[in-house]
Design a binder for this molecule. Structure first.
Ligand code: OSB
Ligand code: MG
Length: 366
């Protein structure tokens, strides 16, 4: 493909309600929407880095700098025969997986549209719908229990609760009192340390499907030590930033469940490599979320059709997160099942009027 231009659009979209985790609280989504234009066809990608490094280190200003001055110009200068080659081409620029992914995803979408096939087809995903769960932000205990009940009634296949030290045992006891048997998980977003083992042992008593990222956001060694002390399986999120890191985590026994976020691991080509590794080792994967708009959410749905994604992920109905989304197609579940958007590429298009309303800035790289 010859790439004609790359548009970098900064948007700010309000959440329906603030989303609270152990690392902070946000009332609106800040995202980079990348559009790649090639021979009359557009493709879209979404960057999941935040304005400040709260979840991992990348930031929107840092990503904009690299997209404008490194990855963007390299892509414009050299074009692309197949989107799978981009990660290796950009590997001389270290790290920054989310920035690379925002552009790589746009190229994958554009390429799939030019071929006239759904993105999932390029990834080997046969399924036309995926089972999903929901991730609930921190709220008072009573409100959380009500919310769990609503999500169970809506058919979500598992519920994930955000926890932190002091906001864990009481919450879990209240939820388990009403829902003793549902598929329940917790996500600490790195809020615990290994010396809190007695508390972690209490969390171990609630029959959780797994515990997501209890310890430091870049740690493998302490997670491997913790895994030996608990019955509940450990799932890593923040720590898993590349195929090599996933292999290291599995070799060390730091986790037995893998959360995939395409932005965190550096793009769809990295997802494919991790997928094949996890399938070969019999390690269950699931697709995480970063409260994406319809662009990132559609990408997540397509990648979660790959056969190794055996646990329900976080790609729930967009209307849980947004009163109005930026895509024309509404990404909604029925009975906990998310249909894959149909048509070429990711199968969604931008609601131009609304995108313009929420746009903070537009840069075009040619
Ligand atoms: O750790 O999975 C996480 C949202 C923002 C940052 C990190 C995480 C999350 C979620 C929400 O859990 C998942 C979603 O609904 O997209
Ligand atoms: Mg997580």
């Amino acid at each position: 493909m010859k790439i004609d231009e790359i548009e970098l659009r900064l948007i700010e979209v309000p959440y329906r309600a603030p989303f609270k985790t152990s690392f902070g609280e946000d009332a609106e989504k800040h995202a980079i929407i990348v559009t790649v234009r090639s021979e009359g066809v557009e493709g879209y990608g979404e960057g999941v880095m935040d304005p400040f490094p709260m979840y991992r280190e990348e930031t929107i200003p840092g990503a904009m700098h690299l997209l404008r001055n490194a990855f963007g110009p390299e892509l414009l200068a050299n074009g692309c025969d197949h989107p799978s080659e981009l990660t290796a081409r950009w590997s001389g620029w270290r790290g920054n997986p989310m920035a690379k992914t925002a552009l790589e995803l746009a190229v994958w979408d554009c390429y799939a549209r030019q071929q006239g096939v759904p993105l999932r087809t390029l990834l080997g995903g046969d399924r036309t719908e995926i089972p999903v769960g929901a991730s609930l932000g921190m709220n008072p205990v009573e409100k959380t229990v009500e919310s769990v009940t609503q999500h169970v009634e809506q058919g979500y296949k598992r519920v994930k609760l955000k926890i932190e030290p002091g906001w864990d045992v009481e919450l879990l006891a209240a939820v388990r009192a009403v829902h003793p048997d549902i598929e329940l998980t917790v996500d600490a977003n790195s809020a615990y340390t290994l010396d809190m083992l007695p508390l972690l042992r209490q969390i171990d008593e609630f029959g959780l499907h797994y515990i997501e990222q209890p310890l430091h956001w870049d740690d493998l060694v302490d997670h491997a030590a913790l895994a030996k002390e608990l019955r509940t399986e450990l799932c890593l999120d923040e720590t898993l930033t590349s195929p090599a890191r996933v292999k290291a985590a599995l070799d060390l026994g730091a986790c037995t469940v893998v959360n995939i976020k395409v932005g965190r691991v550096g793009g769809l080509q990295s997802v494919r490599e991790i997928h094949d590794l996890c399938v070969a080792r019999g390690v269950p994967m699931w697709c995480g979320g970063m409260l994406e708009t319809g662009i990132g959410r559609a990408h997540n749905i397509h990648l979660a059709t790959m056969p190794g994604f055996v646990f329900p992920g976080d790609t729930a109905s967009a209307s849980r997160t947004y009163a109005r989304d930026i895509t024309e197609q509404q990404l909604e579940t029925t009975d906990g099942i998310m249909p894959v958007p149909e048509g070429p590429g990711i199968g969604v298009t931008l609601d131009r009027a609304f995108v313009d309303e929420v746009t903070q800035s537009v840069d075009v790289v040619r």
